[in-house]
Design a protein around this ligand. Structure first.
Ligand SMILES: [Zn+2]
Ligand SMILES: [Zn+2]
Length: 231
């Protein structure tokens, strides 16, 4: 696989997952198909998607550029062969754990530092009743600093073994889908049964109550540091 294919594949993974997020958002905002699974009862503002669009596009272009150019530049550190599913799964899981630890402390700091809360993180919290694609709705500085966890995770993997391309793409795909899911305001029956993963309600409560629940992917960081939101 050439350097160009690695970068193109990364871009395609992000395009596909966000196209899904776009369609999912339209279904949630414009139809009643999932209404019975909604966590909150508040109606959506009918102009909300249009209002969010400029920042969605801006942050998505940042994401495509950083991931596409990044994977192009680190090509020599990437193994593009098909390896054992266990190596791929281990790299994906490790990246999720490291990324979540980074996100927990970074997100908590965005709340505890009043300057950052007021001038940066407040933008993401304009969404009190989130819909799927609102995971992209954040101050660009917050959006870029949030990617540091991914860089740390794959840099740590690189200390031990090459980064596998399927692990990189798999992680990118699952991370985006999970972010879309936790901003959906929907508690879907099957997904709410998965162990260890945080439920949509975990992050939905963070948006509606603005207190606690700083982790993203897993719920153990909030349990360890006693920051789980209590009703
Ligand atoms: Zn927050
Ligand atoms: Zn959020």
């Amino acid at each position: 696989m050439t350097r160009e294919w690695v970068a193109l594949g990364t871009v395609l993974v992000l395009l596909a997952s966000n196209l899904f997020g776009l369609i999912y958002s339209m279904v949630v905002l414009k139809t009643n198909i999932f209404k019975s699974f909604r966590i909150q009862t508040k109606n959506y503002d009918s102009t909300i998607f249009r209002k969010r669009m400029p920042l969605f596009i801006f942050n998505f272009l940042i994401l495509l550029s950083v991931a596409g150019i990044g994977s192009f530049l680190i090509y020599e550190s990437i193994d593009t062969t098909v390896v054992s599913i266990w190596i791929i799964a281990s790299q994906v899981l490790f990246a999720f754990v490291i990324d979540d630890v980074w996100f927990y402390f970074f997100h908590r700091w965005l709340h505890e530092n009043k300057f950052m809360l007021k001038n940066v993180h407040a933008i993401h919290h304009r969404a009190t009743t989130p819909f799927p694609l609102e995971y992209l709705y954040a101050h660009p500085l917050e959006w870029m600093l949030g990617m540091i966890g991914v860089v740390i995770a794959f840099a740590l993997i690189l200390l031990v073994m090459p980064i596998n391309i399927y692990a990189l793409w798999g992680f990118g795909l699952l991370r985006n889908l999970h972010e879309i899911h936790i901003h959906s305001d929907l508690e879907l029956p099957l997904l709410s049964k998965l162990p260890f993963l945080s439920k949509t309600k975990h992050h939905d409560d963070h948006h509606s109550k603005l207190s606690g629940n700083y982790a993203s992917t897993f719920n153990w960081m909030d349990k360890i540091f006693n920051s789980t939101f209590k009703e």
